[in-house]
Structure formats: structure tokens, C-alpha cells
Design a binder for this molecule. Structure first.
Ligand SMILES: Nc1nc2c(c(=O)[nH]1)N[C@H]1C(S)=C(S)[C@@H](COP(=O)(O)O)O[C@H]1N2
Ligand SMILES: [Mo]
Length: 442
């Protein structure tokens, strides 16, 4: 829920409602064609597949601004680069990332405590000094078009002094559930093989990005913003892709995006973006840039590897340059149970949660016989924030000892639901099928 009075009236962006994926792609393609940058689809594919995308496109990646040096980016915990403790009862290690164990949500309220909130890091968590940190806005979409070398600046104190807003929203990695493409569908995909624990819901407090953009002098001609993290350059198989950054349409930026400095009532922890991160509700997790250092505001479409070679759907049925850049997350459900949970052979109540980036969860059904029969679960949080999740309960009497497969599927108020198989894509994004959760009754 958005609190406080809300004087920001998001106007439709200059190219229509770019918060919708299909519109986004159509408008962007037209804009790219007319902007004189001759960024054809084929050209973009070539660039995104080859080296030096940022340099070739002349975006923020190309130049290394002097102010990058003001961030003190140092790796911390040697193994993962993650600062907070990762006790094995709460987390599953996933390289530089940490996945939440779903049994850790059992008995919790609507929020995911920070001690178990998943971490998705391209590189190590940087340690940033809030006293010297500055948020810098620059680019052709601001009045007077400040260059990167003389940006409009905001200190941490400046942001704390602006009118705050609080929202409850999930952040979910686009690859959440990716492991099930292989284990449940026999399909090979690349990327971190998460189960369902790359999602968390928190209460985020901060300044509406709209207020900061307005104060910085955003013009009606602005089209895209490009927030960039202060973590180290991301190197993919020997290729330096620069710092993590992903363009966001101005329409979405003005709508409901937060520059958050608090998570669940405390200052953002280092791993989740201290001092300030973006929270882009309902959208793919990568949009919520952590440790944001600067934001380019442009009067033309912007590109980075994170909206060209990643975070699109690739594979059979998709054009060579991929689908439109991914925007909203899909519908998912998870049981608050260990994987391969041992369960007693008596009547019991199963618990879980469902969430959706496309609407409010209205219905959850559970199958305890591998998907043959389904019964309604009881929703506990029908009126909870639509950008969070709902908890549900399902009374179950096991029909006997042995291995069972539990499935849950939710439907939101747009009618979006969870199919029995997820459409394949090579990078394993948006696994929205009902997950077969194994349990052993004895
Ligand atoms: N600067 C920066 N921002 C980032 C990332 C990153 O590696 N660097 N990872 C992104 C991805 S892919 C996800 S899913 C979310 C994860 O947020 P969390 O680690 O707070 O759970 O942060 C996003 N923001
Ligand atoms: Mo992600």
C-alpha cells in the first residue's frame, strides 16, 4: 500500500504506456528507428551478441566517470562476497547468490525477515560510505542536459529530508524456479538453478523516484532512465560488461518506483543495496538496481546487456533478438516446506504462499496426487498488498506412507494462472508452472 499523500500524477510516457511489455517493444523499436541511431533489430542483436555493447551504443557503460572512484567497493566475505551470515538452515548457496529455504518462511508474517531474504549479486557486495555517497542524475532528458561530468547531485541526507513513502512489495529474480526446467521438464537452460527461493517480500521506505526526477528537471521528452549500481564491473566469460545497469521506461519510473533507503523498518543492509536501491514493484528483480550511484535520463531509448542479451526470452518461437524486454513477473506458488520434506502419516495443515506481478492473487488450488485432482486452499490474506503475497492453508490427510508430490497453483484477478508446463526459453526465465514438491510420508 502506498502511504502518504501522493501528488505525483504519472503521465503516460511520450510513447504510450511503456509499463506493458508489448507496447514497450513496439514503441522502442519505432523510437530507435527514428532517433537516427540506426539501431536496427539486427544491429542490436549483433551488438548484444558480440563484445562491447555499451561502448558501441555510446551508453553509460562506455565511459568510466571520474566519480566512480568515490564509491569504496571492496569485496567482503571471501567465499560469496555476501556480507550477512548465511546459515545453512536459512539459505541454499548459489555461487555469488544465496537462495532462501522455503521452510524458513513457516510461521512468518507477511514480510521476509532480512536474515533470510535471498541475495542475488552479480559481483561482491560493495561497502559504501553514506557520508560521501552521492546520487547523480545526468543526460539529455533533464533540463539543461547536464553532462555526466556535472550531474545533478543528491546526498543521502537530501533524500532522507524529502517526503518519504512506504510500500510492501516482492522482489523476485526473473530466474526464480529456473532449476525446474531441467528437473521437471527435462530441458537444459543456462543460469543459476534456483528452486523457488529467489523471492522475498519487504516493506520498503524511501523517496519516490518521481520526486527525485522532478527535482532534477526531467523533461517531457525523457524516454528512458538508466540506473547504475556501484558494485564492480560484471565480467561474463571473460567479457567485461561494465557495471550492472538496466534501462527503465520513464513511464514506469514516474509511476510507482521507489528510491529505497529502508527495508523492514531499518536502514538497507549492505547486501540489499545500502545506502539506496531502486524498488520497481511487480517487475523483474534486475530492475531494482542496488547501490545505485547514478541515473542517466535520456530523450532516446537506452540499451544495456541487461535489456538486450539478458532478460528477454530466447529460443524456438522467439525472434533472434529475443522477446520484448521482460517487465512484469508471473504467478507463482510455494509450500513452506523443506524440499523432500518428511511428513507424518496423519491429518495436517499444509502452508504456502502465492504471488503475482500481473494482479492480485484470487484463488489457490492444491493437488496432493501429482496433479490429478485439485482442491481450493484457504486464503489468509485476501486483502494484503497486491504487490506482496498471500498466505494460504490446505488441510491434508495423506492416503498412506511413501513419496507424494504436492502442487499448488494460483490465479490472479487478471485470470493469469499457473500451467502444468512452463514455456521453454534458453535462459530459463519466468518458470511459472506449478512446481512438483516431493514429500515423504511415514
Ligand atoms: N547493482 C546491482 N543491482 C542489482 C543486482 C546486482 O547484482 N547489482 N542484482 C539484481 C538482481 S538480478 C536481482 S534479482 C535483485 C536481487 O535483490 P536482492 O539481492 O536484494 O534480493 O537485485 C538486482 N539489483
Ligand atoms: Mo535477478
Amino acid at each position: 500500500m502506498r502511504t502518504g499523500d501522493t501528488p505525483h500524477h504519472p503521465r503516460p510516457g511520450p510513447g504510450g504506456d511503456l509499463t506493458d511489455e508489448a507496447t514497450y517493444e513496439r514503441v522502442r523499436t519505432a523510437q530507435a528507428a527514428s532517433s537516427g541511431h540506426a539501431l536496427s533489430r539486427r544491429g542490436m542483436l549483433r551488438l548484444s551478441a558480440g563484445a562491447g555493447l555499451g561502448a558501441a551504443l555510446g551508453t553509460a557503460a562506455a565511459s568510466r566517470p571520474a566519480f566512480a572512484a568515490t564509491a569504496t567497493a571492496t569485496a567482503t566475505a571471501p567465499a560469496t562476497g555476501i556480507v550477512k551470515p548465511l546459515p545453512p538452515e536459512l539459505f541454499i548457496p548459489q555461487g555469488t547468490n544465496a537462495e532462501m529455504r522455503w521452510e524458513a518462511m513457516r510461521g512468518q508474517g507477511l514480510l521476509t525477515p532480512v536474515d533470510r531474504f535471498f541475495v542475488r549479486n552479480h559481483v561482491a557486495t560493495p561497502r559504501i560510505d553514506a557520508r560521501t555517497w552521492r546520487l547523480k542524475l545526468w543526460g539529455t532528458g533533464l533540463r539543461g542536459a547536464p553532462p555526466e561530468s556535472r550531474p545533478v547531485e543528491f546526498s543521502y541526507e537530501d533524500l532522507l529530508g524529502m517526503r518519504a513513502e512506504t510500500i510492501t512489495s516482492f522482489i523476485e529474480c526473473t530466474g526464480n524456479g529456473r532449476g525446474f526446467y531441467a528437473s521437471q521438464q527435462g530441458q537444459e537452460v543456462s543460469g543459476t538453478p534456483w528452486r523457488l527461493g529467489a523471492v522475498g517480500v519487504a516493506r520498503w521506505r524511501g523517496v519516490p523516484l518521481a520526486a527525485v526526477l522532478e527535482r532534477a528537471g526531467v523533461t517531457p521528452e525523457a524516454v528512458d532512465i538508466l540506473p547504475r549500481g556501484l558494485d564492480a564491473d560484471f565480467v561474463d566469460k571473460g567479457e567485461n560488461l561494465g557495471r550492472v545497469r538496466r534501462p527503465l521506461p520513464v513511464a514506469k519510473a514516474l509511476k510507482d518506483v521507489l528510491l529505497a533507503y529502508e527495508m523492514n523498518g531499518a536502514p538497507l543492509p549492505p547486501d540489499h543495496g545500502f545506502p539506496v536501491r531502486l524498488v520497481v514493484p511487480s517487475w523483474v528483480g534486475v530492475a531494482s538496481i542496488k547501490w545505485v550511484g547514478d541515473i542517466q535520463v535520456a530523450d532516446e531509448p537506452l540499451f544495456s546487456p541487461w535489456n538486450t542479451r539478458y532478460y528477454r526470452l530466447f529460443g524456438p518461437g522467439y525472434p533472434p533478438e529475443g522477446s520484448a524486454p521482460l517487465t512484469r513477473m508471473n504467478v507463482k506458488s510455494a509450500f513452506e516446506l523443506p524440499w523432500d520434506a518428511p511428513l507424518p502419516a496423519r491429518p495436517q495443515v499444509l502452508h504456502g504462499r502465492s504471488w503475482s506481478g500481473t494482479g492480485r492473487v484470487r484463488k489457490v488450488e492444491v493437488s496432493a496426487d501429482g496433479g490429478r485432482t485439485w482442491r481450493h486452499a484457504r486464503l489468509r490474506d485476501r486483502h494484503a498488498d497486491a504487490r506482496g503475497w498471500v498466505r494460504w492453508e490446505f488441510p491434508w490427510r495423506p492416503d498412506g506412507p511413501g513419496r507424494h508430490e504436492l502442487l499448488a497453483r494460483a490465479t490472479d484477478d487478471t485470470g493469469a494462472s499457473q500451467p502444468s508446463t512452463a514455456p521453454y526459453n534458453t535462459l530459463g526465465y519466468l518458470f511459472g508452472a506449478a512446481v512438483r514438491h516431493p514429500v515423504t510420508v511415514s
